[in-house]
Design a protein around this ligand. Structure first.
Ligand SMILES: [Zn+2]
Length: 390
């Protein structure tokens, strides 16, 4: 039986590109059928003049891990260096240790808790990276769990994240190329391959080897680039036609232009400079260079945020993006950054009915008001999956 749904009395609609006023959306079997036509339906939702937008697409997360790092916050406030935090037993080493110890069941349980928070704040599609296992067994464990997550669309990425204890970068890369990539491909566990290209982690040459190898096995390259230094990682993204280059805090103009030419999406993660107290990426310069901007949380134990509305607020107040630009970056462009834009990221005929009814009168309010969860109803594929109590 065909299930139909009409959402009427929409005050303002952001469809992923532009604003439409006083309209309605008609949905059949979870797919958007028309906009602006009041068809006969089984179910009607009265939006009561509220603002409606596509579900957020969080296109860069490390949402799967075990072990929170709240204990580090006081150390960070006291100015203790990342190196000393690691020596005191914190840092990524702690997360790797805890994630290795966790069973699949526990990892799934802990991750689903975060996914529920993401949903509550309006995320209906998310990318999720492995990268806290750092060996065949534990990277596979993370990817298996990512592939089990339901309720929203979750896109899995294999991330070469750090150098495992007791190994050097080249040794780990041999293991990645010789064992881990072929096994992931055999079991079809990841759509993307990603690497942390940075001084002290993996250099440009090592990153290129890994990404090109992943590409051979059918995974699309992404790259963590220019977070702390500009050593050529974003240029590499352009050369190998990565779908996105992420972070880009230190990117120079030349690299921006190269990436724009190659069609690489600039995925910006403003919660990272927020927690690190460092300068924000230059979004306006990137847009001027012709780059498409996507926004994401970078949800991880060192930057613990599940709320994409906050990311939009940071993008506007701190990176000088206009509200409509930030919303597009957090929906349609974010979907492009994970090659999901044929299905999600905008409200148009033929796409999934992933919609948010917001307790706000306009799109600009999402950027303007800080800190309150403005989501009133979350609809995923035409079904209500979360509703606020009001
Ligand atoms: Zn990241």
């Amino acid at each position: 039986m065909l299930m139909s749904l009409l959402i009427k009395n929409i005050g303002e609609l952001f469809d992923g590109r532009r604003i439409i006023r006083n309209t309605c959306i008609y949905v059949e079997d979870g797919i958007i059928k028309s906009i602006g036509k009041e068809e006969e339906t089984d179910e009607i939702i009265d939006a009561k003049g509220k603002f409606i937008m596509p579900g957020f697409v969080d296109c860069h997360t490390h949402a799967i891990f075990s072990g929170y790092r709240d204990f580090e916050l006081e150390w960070k406030i006291d100015g203790i260096s990342y190196k000393e935090i690691a020596e005191r037993g914190g840092g990524i080493g702690y997360t790797v240790e805890q994630t290795k110890k966790a069973s699949k069941e526990r990892l799934l349980r802990e991750t689903m808790k975060r996914v529920k928070e993401m949903i509550k704040h309006g995320t209906t599609t998310a990318e999720m990276k492995s990268g806290y296992g750092l060996d065949l067994e534990n990277e596979m464990k993370m990817l298996e769990v990512i592939n089990k997550i339901d309720k929203i669309d979750v896109i899995p990425t294999f991330l070469v994240h750090a150098i495992p204890a007791g190994k050097n970068a080249d040794e780990y890369i041999e293991e990645v190329i010789g064992e881990i990539i072929p096994e992931i491909a055999r079991r079809k566990l990841a759509k993307f391959i990603d690497i942390f290209c940075e001084e002290g982690y993996f250099n440009v040459k090592q990153s290129e080897r890994v990404l090109v190898e992943g590409k051979k096995y059918g995974m699309t390259p992404k790259i963590h680039a220019d977070e702390f230094s500009c050593i050529g990682c974003s240029e590499l993204a352009a050369e190998i036609y990565a779908v996105s280059a992420d972070h880009l805090l230190m990117t120079d103009e030349k690299s921006m232009e190269k990436m724009a030419k190659a069609g690489v999406i600039a995925t910006l993660l403003p919660a990272v400079p927020f927690v690190l107290n460092t300068p924000y990426p230059n979004a306006r310069k990137m847009m001027k260079a012709g780059l498409k901007i996507a926004l994401a949380t970078d949800l991880n134990p060192n930057c613990y945020v599940t709320n994409m509305q906050f990311i939009v607020q940071l993008a506007c107040y701190k990176m000088k993006m206009k509200p409509i630009e930030a919303l597009k970056a957090a929906t349609l462009n974010a979907a492009k950054a994970i090659k999901m834009d044929h299905l999600v990221g905008s409200i148009e005929e033929g796409k999934k009915a992933d919609l948010l009814i917001m307790d706000s009168p306009s799109h600009s309010f999402i950027a303007y008001e800080i800190g309150r969860n403005m989501v009133s109803t979350v609809i995923k594929s035409g079904k209500i999956i979360w509703q606020s109590e009001e």
